[in-house]
Design a binder for this molecule. Structure first.
Ligand code: SAH
Length: 279
């Protein structure tokens, strides 16, 4: 069911109950349903209404109880299905009707997830909100790519940046170029050229290792590695699609030794092939 359906959704199973419901702001993690927290799963099972984004994977949607109304309210770049302000109002309205609403988003709601805006609006209206953290893409996808965000002797910190913001100029490229630690760019795919050229212009070495992680933590995960100066050509050459994360820093090289997920997937796939052939 789509965003328009949820706006029309007036069913109020708790109309006789004067007590308002609450909003659970749930981080679903980066896609693998096994990476949901126990609390997230419990809330999914308890909710009266579920509102989900496009980054909530199909495998996680499959865990929604079939008896619970669930609506897609996601935003696809340049095609916002439901404006953020309207969504904020919707959460308040449904909770005040007495429904316990599970508002579930990819990763963590407080990391480039606009969870703060939804929570502020609900709190302004006196609606009870509980936040359930999720594994943010930078943590989940790098783990599944065998790239530690920090590593003794290699990187003593990491910075998360969005490549897509209302105020692009808000990023201090000079500072980023001189941090000498891991940089992770969310929503940076269409800005790959701008990201690499700004960092190089501001002094980061053009041969700094860089990786693109597409569909991280999912069976289709792809990790494309190269150097900072070729970031945009990597995107083009490999036809990298969203969702994808950009990681810049020496830690990327560690994937040579630490990659564990791809070998596991390859092994699982070849076992499946053998089973198919011998069936
Ligand atoms: N709140 C989310 C981020 C939302 S912004 C979180 O905490 O992870 C959306 C961006 O997150 C995408 O454009 C992409 O850069 C990144 N992202 C989210 N899930 C991803 C995945 N499974 N693989 C790669 N990148 C992902």
């Amino acid at each position: 069911m789509s965003a328009n359906d949820v706006v029309r959704f007036k069913t109020n199973p708790k109309a006789s109950n004067a007590k308002p419901g609450k909003v659970w702001l749930v981080g679903a993690g980066p896609g693998d349903p096994d990476l949901l927290t126990v609390k997230a799963l419990r809330v999914i099972q308890q909710a009266d209404l579920i509102l989900f984004d496009n980054l909530v994977s199909q495998a996680i949607r499959d865990l929604f109880p079939s008896s619970t109304p669930a609506f897609y309210v996601g935003k696809i770049k340049d095609a916002h299905s439901i404006p953020q302000e309207q969504l904020n109002e919707l959460l308040v309205e449904k909770a005040l009707q007495g429904l316990n609403v599970c508002r579930i988003k990819g990763g963590d709601a407080f990391v480039f997830g606009r969870g703060g805006e939804e929570m502020l609006r609900a709190k302004q209206e006196g609606v009870e909100v509980e936040l359930i953290p999720g594994i943010t893409a930078a943590a989940g996808c790098t783990s599944y790519a065998g790239i530690p965000l920090t590593h003794r002797g290699v990187s003593q910190g990491c910075t998360f940046v969005t490549g897509h913001a209302e105020r692009e100029l808000g990023v201090n490229w000079n500072s980023l170029a001189h941090l000498d630690h891991t940089l992770v760019f969310y929503m940076g795919l269409s800005k790959a050229e701008m990201i690499s050229s700004n960092l190089i212009t501001e002094g980061l070495a053009a041969d700094t290792p860089a990786a693109l992680i597409e569909n991280g933590c999912c069976p289709e995960q792809r990790v494309i590695r190269g150097q900072l100066h070729e970031l945009a050509s990597m995107v083009e050459r490999e036809s990298v699609k969203s969702p994808a994360l950009i990681v810049v820093g020496d830690v990327v090289k560690l994937a040579d030794s630490l990659d564990w997920f791809k070998p596991l997937m390859d092994q699982t796939n070849s076992q499946k092939q053998i089973q198919k052939l011998s069936a």
